[in-house]
Structures are given as C-alpha cells and as structure tokens.
Design a protein around this ligand. Structure first.
Ligand SMILES: [Ca+2]
Ligand SMILES: [Ca+2]
Length: 333
C-alpha cells in the first residue's frame, strides 16, 4: 500500500511538471491569436532608377487569428499601417498575391520584378495563402528585380550549405572531430549561467529552409526551433541545424540536405551521479524524471543518461529510478 502511494505521488508530480511545461510554452503567445512581425523592404529598386521610396517602409508586429495564413498577416500589417497595396489573382493559378505596395508594383524597374516574401529568412516559393504562420514568425516582404536572386535566393539552387552560423549565449567552435565538409560538427560551450541559446544560421541560398532541432534530428516534425527562438539547453544537449531537407518546401531537387551538429560541452566529473536535471543536488525530482525516462515519457541527453545509470549497467530503467529515490531520502549515498 505504501509503495503504491509513493508511486502515485511520483507520477502526480511528473504530470504537474509536464502541465507546467505546457503552460509555460503557451504563456509567450497572444491569448486568442498569434503575433507575427511583418516588414516591407525595398533594397533593390533604386531611387535613381525611379523608385518612389527605398529601404524599410515599416516593421510592424500584428496580432492575427490562430488560423490566419501569411497573406492574412501581411494584409493586417498593411492595413494597420494604412499602407496602400494592390491585391491581384494570378493569371496562372488563380491564387491571391500582392502585386504592389505603396506605389511600387510588379514590373517596375525590371521585367521580372515583383514583391516576394521571406518567412524567417526563407524565400518562400508558394502563394502566401498556402503559407502557415506561427506565433513569433517574421514575414519580410521584399521587392526583387530578378525573381529572388537579389534577395539571396538565386535559381537554380545548387547548395544547401550555410553562409554563416553563429551562437548567442554560448561560444561556438569547430569540434576536434569535425570534418572539413559543409556539415561540420561544432562544440557549443555555454556562457556562465546561460540556460538557453539562440542560433543564427543563414543559408547560402535562401530558397532553402533552415530548421533547428534539439537532441533528435526529426525533419518530418513541425516541432522545430527558428533562428529567432530561445532554445533552452543543458550540458550534453545536441542541437541540429538542418538546411534544405527534401521533406520541406523549397528544397532543391537532387541536392542533399546539410545538417550541422552543435554539441553542448560538459565535463562529466562536474556532476553528481543521480542528478539527472543537473541542478547540483539529488532529490525526488531526479527520481521522478528517471521514472518518466524509464516509461519513455521523456528523453534524456547523453550526459543525463550517464548520470541516471546509477547501477552502472549501461541502461536507464526503473531500478535506477528506485536507487535515485533512495539516494534522495538518504537511504543510500
Ligand atoms: Ca537534481
Ligand atoms: Ca541502469
């Protein structure tokens, strides 16, 4: 009876922890919609060639409904800023597109000129109504004189390599085991006290999407980080920066994706056995997390796996959780 009660308590705690994680995730979002940042930029069509304006026309955060697409968000920003625009339907596809903004219309300055949209620095290759937007997305409407080449998205697209890769909140350095190819491995050493990082990654060809995953490279999953997101990390985590995976819209045909591996460094000797959440003490939370890991409810990184395997049999299971529980109450050390 006592044992059952203890188990129940552990799992109750586990679900409270999961529930609070979910709440934390939602709190950053607008209550009944999503916040999208919209920019309108003309850096290509010059004043001396007849452009009525150049540079950034506006950079505005708008709240749109949960089901809104990229066209809804761009229209909302154009309306909010009282910017005149010209909405047309494509003669070929019948889809809506934005033909003109504030006096600059497709065909102005060059035969193939027009307004193109970059979503989080990805030059989207589809009509805006088909593009989903998430809370925190950045939509940049840019005027192009040559179908995207002057925006960093030339055709044909023959590379998925990155042009630049930088980290905020950590020091990024090429790992000793790195190969000199496009998909090098890096060490990511967290700054003192840093609990999250931002990864800034720019594709050589912006027709490719860049998606960031933590601890498991899962390109089929829509649960990924963007370059604008704070990525919570602990020592032992591995961050994957993928570019141009064939499952993602915009990827070049017949060109392999690039995947950059960024491993958060650690010194195993700095951590106590059993301290799976790396907070410097072994308590009931560590036991609960290990129980959840044993039940495949959560995943551990490589360092957490080592710290959780207190009986040293090279696997993390319920026996480890039980020993950690005993360690937490001082029955074993
Ligand atoms: Ca702990
Ligand atoms: Ca074990």
């Amino acid at each position: 009876m006592k044992k059952t009660a203890k188990k129940f308590t552990s799992f109750t705690l586990a679900f409270i922890m999961l529930a609070s994680l979910c709440l934390f995730g939602l709190s950053a979002q607008a209550q009944d919609g999503k916040l999208v940042r919209v920019q309108v930029v003309n850096n290509t069509y010059k004043a001396e060639n007849g452009a009525p304006w150049t540079g950034v026309l506006f950079d505005e955060v708008v709240e749109v409904e949960l089901g809104a697409n990229a066209l809804d968000a761009v229209k909302a920003a154009l309306s909010a800023t009282e910017t005149p625009f010209d909405l047309q339907t494509s003669a070929w596809t019948g889809d809506y597109y934005i033909a003109g903004i504030n006096g600059i219309s497709e065909g102005d300055g060059a035969a193939w000129a027009g307004w193109m949209c970059l979503k989080n620095d990805w030059s989207i290759n589809n009509a805006l109504p088909y593009i989903e937007v998430k809370n925190g997305d950045v939509l940049s409407m840019n005027y192009s004189l040559d179908a995207g080449a002057d925006l960093g998205a030339p055709w044909p697209n023959d590379t998925t390599a990155l042009k630049s890769l930088e980290a905020e909140g950590a020091v990024l350095s090429e790992a000793a085991s790195s190969t000199a190819d496009d998909t090098a491995s890096y060490d990511l050493t967290l700054n003192e006290g840093s609990k999250s990082v931002r990864i800034s990654a720019t594709a050589q060809n912006k027709a490719n999407q860049v998606r960031i995953y933590k601890n498991e490279y899962a390109p089929k999953s829509e649960e990924y980080f963007r370059t604008t997101d704070d990525i919570p990390v602990i020592p032992g985590d591995v961050i994957y920066v993928g570019v141009g995976n064939s499952a993602w819209p915009g990827s070049p045909e017949g060109v392999a994706e690039s995947v950059y591996t960024l491993s958060v460094t650690y010194n195993e000797a700095d951590y106590k056995k059993g301290d799976v959440n790396l907070d410097g003490k072994v308590d009931i939370t560590d036991a609960t997390l290990t129980q959840m890991k044993s039940a495949k409810l959560i995943a551990f990184n490589a360092l957490q796996d080592k710290l959780a395997d207190v009986d040293g049999n090279n696997k993390v299971d319920i026996s480890d959780a039980t020993i950690i529980q005993m360690m937490a109450v001082g029955l074993v050390s």
